[in-house]
Each structure stands twice: as structure tokens, then as C-alpha cells.
Design a binder for this molecule. Structure first.
Ligand code: SAM
Length: 415
């Protein structure tokens, strides 16, 4: 498979020579890499608004799946819940597919189909429709991201959705300037010489250089040649501001149901001045997200979930719905209880931005009742039985505060 355009050939060649992220299939015996997008609980929260029903196999496309992080995580989580699934892992790079395939084999995950193809040819591949599509760190390397997102949207079943990761422009301040510099200094050299030049440059850059000053960008520090190449030598790489992502989604007929982690995208979490807070509170949600990005300045990626624009209001479920079932995400009940007990707020450090998220009085008791099965009506009943009876309104207010904090850090989801 040889793409026709020279930039496409260069991108393809990069991922044949330097599959990214670098992964050793033998490590599957030691740990499961989890993250966003594409955790099962996040898909249920931000896309389906319900538990996966099991009415036919759950079909997922991992578009530009690379060395397999999302595929292995999602397939493992589906298998753990005995959910029948068909996963297609598609990538243009045979080397990346081989690594992803070996990881799946190590874990004995069947039912994954590996397809070598370009996303630009998606419509012609006849892969059918999907409940979920992961597209993580890929669109910003394509010639026509908007067109490909439209094709992905067209490949969704009704009620399906997409988990997307795109680079954040402001948080990557300095990266694009360093890429320009390296094109100037080493653009015509062979790959290994370009990598050597990039390493030498990183050593020599003065502290005034924007890449040096940007402490948030560090992915290249422990990912070897592939990491240096991906960050500084990529042949096609662009980044997005939040408002551009809303526009990209809208142009594909999609609406955004949430960014991860939500608290980073709430400008009220950064501002203390009363007048500024009042102004910000009156903004629309997309404007608030855009403001948060401009205030924080440190978002180097944007992870979000998308569904058909006309369905975006129905998900996620809201914390005032008695039938909603809260689920803990990425945190053990014990660790959470320790963090909540007696604390008036969660104190967080989001890459240097210090944030406090208020907690309700009964945060620890409420959290202890979350088992992924009980709905909010049942949790309120049980809280009452333990001697702390609360009127529905009081319970909802307290739970909403808890939800805002824990969902804000992606530790609580609803289904
Ligand atoms: C930065 S990696 C991300 C891999 C994976 N999604 C992850 O998050 O770990 C980008 C991936 O996109 C793939 N890719 C680039 N252009 C592509 C295209 N036109 N069609 C399909 N895959 C493509 C590359 O081969 C590479 O594996």
C-alpha cells in the first residue's frame, strides 16, 4: 500500500519506521494501559447514555489505531463484561498493525480484525456501521481532517458516536516553532540524521526558547526516536483550539457531549473575581470551554466525545435523574473514600493550574454507596437508612456538587 501524495507517503513512511506510541507486546503480561478516549464507562456515559444492551455485537472501529492502546483496552474491557463485540483496528502502517496484533495475541483477545488501509479510503472499504469509533491522535495528521471526520460520522449506527483526540494548539506552544526550525536546519536530511539534529537542538536551546519554556510538553522524553520524530519532525501535524473543534464537529453534523477532564474546561474553576465569574457564567458552554482553554493555556491535547448533532442534548445523563446509575472511573472506592472523608474540597494540580472543587458534607458516605449497579434513587434510600435521611431536593443538591467534582476529574460517570 503506497499512498499517492508525497506528504501521505511521508506520513505513512514515518509510521512504518517509527510506530507510535512505541509498545512491546511482552509488556501485556505486566499491565493494561488505560486512558481516554475509549474507556467503556466513558462510552456509556458520553455516547450511549446507557449500559451496553447486548442486542447484537457491539461494533467498534479504531481508526488509525496505531500500536493498539485503545484496541487492547476496549477489547479487554468488553471481554471482562462478556459483551459480544466486533472490533476493527484500522491503520495505514503495517508495522503498527503487527505490534497491535501481537499485543492482542498475548492477551488472547479474539474477534479483532486488523485492516491495513488509509482513512481517506474509508467509504470504499465497506466495513459497515459502528456503535463506536475511536480516532485518537490521527485526524491532525491527515490532509483533509474535516472530510475524514464526515466519513467517520457517516459510518456510525444511529445512536453511535466518536471518541476523538486532537492536539491543542495553545498547550503545544513552541512545538510548531521547533518543527519549523528543524525543517530549516535538517529538512533535507535522512531520518536518522534529522533525529540526531533534533536531539542536539534540544540540548542547545536556550531557556528563552518557547519549547524549553513549555514544561507541559514532555512526551518525547521517554519514547525514544519515535517520540522525537512524532513531536518535532512530523511531516504533517496541526493543532486545534477548542472553538475550531466545535466548528469541525458541526461541519460533520456532530455535536460534542463532553471534554475530558470536564473540570479543565470550566473557566469558573480558574477565576476568583466576582465580576469575571458572573460574565463567564453567562457564556454558552462552547464559549466557556474556549475561555477555559485561553485562561489555562496548558491543554496540549483535547479529548472529546461526539454524537449526531441532534442527539447531543440527550447525553450524558444528568446527576438530577433518579434513574441514573453512577459509576466510579479510574479510581478505587477505597482511595476515593480516603480522599473525600472530612474534606471540604478536592485540591487539584492540573499541570500547574491549582484548582479546588467543592465537596458536599456527605461526600464520603455517598461515594461509598456507588457500586455501578445502584441508581440515585436507591443511593438516596440507603443513605436515609443509615440515619441521615435527606429530602429528594437536598440529596440532589449534594449529589450534584459531588458529581461536579468527581466527574470534573473523570472519576465518576453515569449510565
Ligand atoms: C500518533 S499515532 C496514534 C495511534 C493511536 N491512535 C494511539 O492513540 O495510540 C497516529 C496513527 O495514525 C496512523 N495514520 C496516519 N495516517 C493515516 C491514514 N491516512 N489512514 C490510517 N491511519 C493513518 C498512523 O499510522 C499512526 O499509527
Amino acid at each position: 500500500m503506497a499512498p499517492k501524495k508525497s506528504a501521505d507517503r511521508a506520513v505513512h513512511g514515518q509510521y512504518e519506521a517509527y510506530p507510535y506510541p512505541p509498545r512491546d507486546p511482552a509488556d501485556e503480561a505486566k499491565r493494561l494501559i488505560t486512558g481516554s478516549p475509549s474507556g467503556l464507562a466513558e462510552i456509556e456515559h458520553y455516547i450511549l447514555g446507557r449500559r451496553i444492551a447486548g442486542d447484537g455485537p457491539f461494533r467498534a472501529l479504531i481508526a488509525g489505531g496505531g500500536t493498539g492502546d485503545a484496541t487492547i483496552m476496549l477489547a479487554s474491557q468488553l471481554a471482562a463484561r462478556a459483551i459480544e463485540a466486533e472490533i476493527i483496528h484500522l491503520d495505514i502502517s503495517a508495522a503498527s498493525l503487527a505490534i497491535a496484533g501481537a499485543r492482542a495475541a498475548t492477551r488472547k483477545l479474539d474477534g479483532i480484525e486488523f485492516v491495513q488501509a488509509s482513512l481517506s479510503d474509508l467509504a470504499a472499504l465497506g466495513l459497515g456501521r459502528f456503535d463506536y469509533i475511536d480516532c485518537c491522535g490521527v485526524l491532525h495528521h491527515l490532509e483533509a481532517p474535516g472530510e475524514v471526520l464526515r466519513e467517520l460520522a457517516a459510518a456510525l449506527k444511529p445512536g453511535g458516536g466518536i471518541g476523538l483526540m486532537l492536539y491543542g494548539r495553545l498547550g503545544r506552544t513552541g512545538v510548531y516553532e521547533a518543527q519549523s526550525l528543524l525543517r530549516l536546519l535538517a529538512g533535507d536530511l535522512a531520518d536518522q540524521a534529522r533525529i540526531d539534529s533534533a536531539r542536539a537542538l534540544l540540548e542547545d536551546l536556550p531557556p528563552t526558547n518557547w519549547l524549553k519554556r513549555n514544561s507541559h510538553v514532555g512526551d518525547h522524553r521517554n519514547t525514544g526516536d519515535a517520540g522525537i520524530y512524532d513531536l518535532l519532525l512530523h511531516r504533517r501535524d496541526r493543532a486545534y483550539m477548542v472553538d475550531e473543534i466545535f466548528a469541525l464537529a458541526a461541519a460533520a453534523g456532530l455535536g460534542i457531549t463532553g471534554f475530558i477532564e470536564p473540570a479543565r474546561y470550566d473557566p469558573l474553576n480558574y477565576l476568583r473575581d466576582a465580576a469575571l465569574r458572573k460574565t463567564v457564567a453567562a457564556l454558552t458552554w462552547p464559549e466557556q470551554c474556549a475561555a477555559a482553554e485561553l485562561i489555562a493555556g496548558n491543554m496540549k491535547v483535547h479529548i472529546c466525545y461526539l454524537v449526531a448533532a441532534d442527539a447531543a442534548r440527550q447525553v450524558p445523563l444528568r446527576p438530577d435523574m433518579p434513574e441514573a446509575v453512577p459509576v466510579l472511573n479510574n479510581v478505587s472506592p477505597e482511595a476515593l473514600a480516603g480522599r473525600l472523608r472530612g474534606a471540604p474540597a478536592l485540591a487539584l494540580d492540573f499541570d500547574g493550574a491549582k484548582i479546588r472543587l467543592a465537596l458536599p458534607k456527605q461526600a464520603a458516605e455517598m461515594a461509598a454507596l456507588i457500586d455501578g449497579e445502584r441508581d440515585l434513587a436507591e443511593i438516596r434510600r440507603r443513605l436515609g437508612k443509615s440515619g441521615r435521611k435527606m429530602a429528594p431536593g437536598a440529596f440532589t443538591r449534594q449529589f450534584e456538587t459531588l458529581y461536579k467534582a468527581l466527574n470534573g476529574i473523570n472519576a465518576m460517570l453515569l449510565r
